[in-house]
Design a protein around this ligand. Structure first.
Ligand code: GLN
Ligand code: ZN
Length: 758
């Protein structure tokens, strides 16, 4: 049995590519050096896969920034404003990726969006009426040749036309179907060229096939396929899907004149059933994605071989594959020198998954061999016992635990009387600038150069300064600044039991940005208060209400590597109970307002709309309520989301039963507010009134104008005034100036409309 890898990580096992690219941006590395270095990186990775015995090794999966952007360049879809800068090919590419401001001009980056249900982000291609789709780029050919020169015959990988057209944004009057013929020609040319260069297989990624397909989608798919295959000659085409099952197109898909079809048997709930029910043609190879490309636990060989055997009852030709690109997992467990061997044995990152593939292939070929049982479980079932207190607590939850009383409308009056806030109260989202002193203090402590007491003292000084600054600005609800956190999820991972933190387990989030998700390793419990001391200290410095700041259970779960032996719902419930303990302690410590951030709630919505509620919202929303249902009526609960695309789940957001929600709105031009008003949304809202992602200081008049337009749709009693996200990436000077304008704008309107002065 042969083995295939859908895609490999590309940032380098020590994030080399990130460092080189950023050095190139700073002018510290030349374009030639950057290209030479990355060539070496690619070669190392191909060799690694070759030595592991992988048969189908991908090429073209490398990228300086993002694979969708690479495909846009390959197909000549470079918007004129970037071409007109007259930069080198590489710099034109980076201009699309991250914008350009310099001698040649001033253009913004292409927009960025979440890649299906992952934490990876792609650049959204832009199609205008005059976009001329034609095979233009050479990267995929160059990479194929590069590998071949080193004696490695690879399988070039390109994103397919259907997925590309579905992800692109159309600026003119033309729709995806208007580009279908041009795409057919371009992909035919691509296939011809690859065949001429000696490629035997090409992998065309079409993950959009696992999403809901309506009649238009099916029609577009039918226009593209089989047309693009008609001149492929001897080149074999693998149509690769991932992140789900292809239930809406299974039959047309297997009827196509392709040579291989890649299906995901890990996330594809119905993949096995589809194969069994509709059969799989004998003239095609089924690339069976049975090794999880997204999670980091060892593969359960027994179970996987069982699944494989079932697939082989129907499909005559099967290749063992990863379920998706390994882009979503870190490089190697070997780099985690801080973890015990017994713990490390349970994990498989990208490199270890290569071994799993070849070992599984061996067992599949030799059914007589004894398959070893895998130590692939979390702490609980791994023999070290779980945490019975946590389990009992989860099991004894009652429906009433998920409901906060009295109802929100009654709480509003009580809170209003207690907090004594002016109309249009001003606040921030939590973090203040992470200045060089903040980072230095942390570094000194981590390297043992200062004691915990010294670290805490420095932290207190920063909090005091931050509170002072907010008093000077005249903000109404203050925060402590979050100087103790590097990351809103890692901070809780470090402080809750049940998590493992890694050293080198980086995963690309977008471009040069990487994240290191904590691993949920056992039952989760709060062993001691986490944020109470800093919040209480901050409150002691001011008469104004201080807001306690927490990350919500759904966001912590979604930005961690989850366990595989219990459900997401159960993990989220454990997290919610831990956060609930913290909420109640904050309340006891005198914090009148507590914010529970759910920055990542929307991003894990299932890919299929039919699954939204049954697979996710039906438990995620009540689980969030569990964090705050125990507080007193006068305690005000806030939540925050980093986006405003929640029109389609407004009722669910309202059902989180927070008293106030702040969200990003400045960039999406406040359109969400009409929907909020129309839906009878009950939660008070703080639509972000300026964009913290840019250093620009918004003038007071501009913020005033925004407040006025928001007041057209949101009643004054339900409106909060705040920026659109945390301020930690900003500098102190611009933050002060921006907040000053924000507060002055709010005060001006208060006075003018409501005769309110302080
Ligand atoms: N409270 C967090 C902060 O201000 C929220 C961050 C986020 O939403 N991404 O940094
Ligand atoms: Zn945010």
């Amino acid at each position: 049995m042969k083995t295939s890898v859908v895609g490999y990580p590309r940032i380098g096992s020590h994030r080399e590519l990130k460092l080189w690219t950023e050095d190139y941006f700073k002018g510290k590395l030349s374009a030639e050096e950057l290209k030479e270095n990355s060539k070496h990186l690619r070669l190392t990775q191909w060799r690694k896969q070759q030595q592991s015995g992988i048969d189908f090794i991908p090429s073209g999966d490398f990228s300086f920034y993002d694979g969708v952007l690479d495909t846009a360049v390959l197909l000549g879809c470079v918007p004129a404003r970037y071409r007109d800068l007259g930069l080198s090919e590489l710099d034109t590419y980076f201009a699309m990726a991250k914008g350009y401001q310099g001698a040649a001009g001033d253009v913004k980056a292409l927009p960025m969006r979440k890649w299906f249900n992952t934490n990876y982000h792609y650049m959204v291609p832009e199609m205008a009426d005059d976009t001329r789709v034609t095979l233009s780029g050479t990267a995929v050919f160059d990479a194929f040749l590069e590998a071949r020169e080193s004696g490695i015959l690879t399988k070039p990988v390109v994103i397919g036309p259907f997925t590309f057209l579905k992800l692109a944004r159309f600026h003119g009057t033309k729709r995806p179907a208007d580009f279908a013929d041009a795409f057919v020609f371009a992909y035919r040319a691509l296939f011809k060229r690859l065949a001429a260069l000696g490629a035997q297989w090409v992998q065309i990624d079409e993950p959009t096939l696992v999403t809901d397909m309506d009649a238009d989608d099916l029609a577009l798919f039918a226009r593209l396929y089989p047309a693009i295959l008609s001149e492929k000659g001897t080149l074999k085409v693998l149509l690769q899907t991932y992140f789900g099952d292809v239930r809406d197109v299974y039959q047309p898909l297997v009827a196509l004149p392709v040579d291989g079809i890649g299906l995901d048997f890990v996330e594809g709930e119905q993949s096995a059933a589809l194969v069994k029910e509709w059969g799989f043609p004998d003239d095609k190879v089924l690339f069976a994605g049975v090794v999880n490309g997204k999670n980091i636990w060892r593969c359960d060989y027994g179970k996987t071989l069982g699944a494989l055997a079932a697939i082989r009852e129907t499909a005559a030709h099967v290749v063992l594959s990863t379920s998706c690109s390994l882009l979503h997992v870190p490089y190697t467990v070997a780099a985690e020198t801080g973890l015990e061997e017994a713990v490390k044995r349970r994990f498989a990152f990208a490199e270890e998954k290569l071994t799993e593939l070849t070992e599984l292939a061996g067992f599949a070929d030799n059914t007589k061999a004894t398959v070893p049982a895998m130590e692939n479980k979390s702490d609980r079932s791994g023999g070290q016992g779980g945490d019975p207190t946590v389990r009992n607590r989860v099991n004894s939850l009652q429906p009433s635990d998920y409901i906060r009383l009295p109802r929100r409308s009654q709480r509003a009056d009580i809170q209003h009387r207690k907090l004594g806030l002016p109309p249009l109260p001003t606040t921030t989202i939590g973090s203040f600038p992470q200045t060089p002193q903040v980072r230095e203090n942390r570094m000194l402590f981590r390297s043992g150069k200062i004691t915990k007491a010294q670290y805490d003292d420095a932290l207190k000084a920063m909090i005091a300064q931050c509170v002072q600054m907010q008093e000077t600005l005249g903000l109404d609800v203050l925060v402590h600044g979050e100087f103790e956190r590097t990351d809103m999820v890692a901070y809780f991972g470090e402080n809750l039991s049940g998590f493992l933190m890694t050293k080198q387990a980086w995963v690309q989030s977008y471009g040069t940005r990487c994240v290191k998700p904590p691993i949920i390793f056992g039952d989760i419990r709060r062993t001691a208060p986490i944020t109470v001391a800093v919040s209480k200290y901050a409150q002691s410095l001011t008469q104004k209400p201080m807001k306690g700041m927490l990350t919500g259970p759904i966001t912590i779960l979604n930005w961690s590597f989850p366990r595989e032996d219990i459900s997401h719902r159960e993990m989220a419930t454990q997290l919610a109970l831990a956060i609930r303990d913290e909420v109640l302690d904050l309340e006891k410590a005198g914090l009148p307002i507590i914010q529970i951030d759910e920055a990542a709630l929307r991003e894990k919505l299932p890919l299929r709309k039919a699954d939204w509620h049954s697979h996710y919202l039906d438990w995620a929303i009540p689980v969030f309520r569990l964090t705050h249902s125990g507080v007193k009526p006068e305690t005000q609960i806030h939540t925050h989301m980093c986006y405003s695309e929640f029109q389609d789940i407004l009722a669910d957001i309202d059902a989180m039963d927070a008293d106030v929600i702040s969200f990003e709105a400045s960039r999406s031009s406040l359109t969400i507010l009409d929907a909020i008003q129309a839906s009878g949304f009950e939660t008070a809202v703080g639509p972000g009134l300026y964009d913290i992602h840019s250093p620009r200081v918004p003038p007071q008049a501009e913020i005033e104008a925004s407040i006025r337009s928001v007041l057209q749709v949101v009643p004054v009693s339900k409106l909060w005034i705040n920026p659109d996200c945390g301020l930690k990436t900003r500098g102190n000077a611009e933050t002060f100036a921006s907040l000053q304008n924000l507060v002055t704008a709010a005060k001006a309107i208060r006075k003018e409309h409501y005769g309110f002065t302080d």
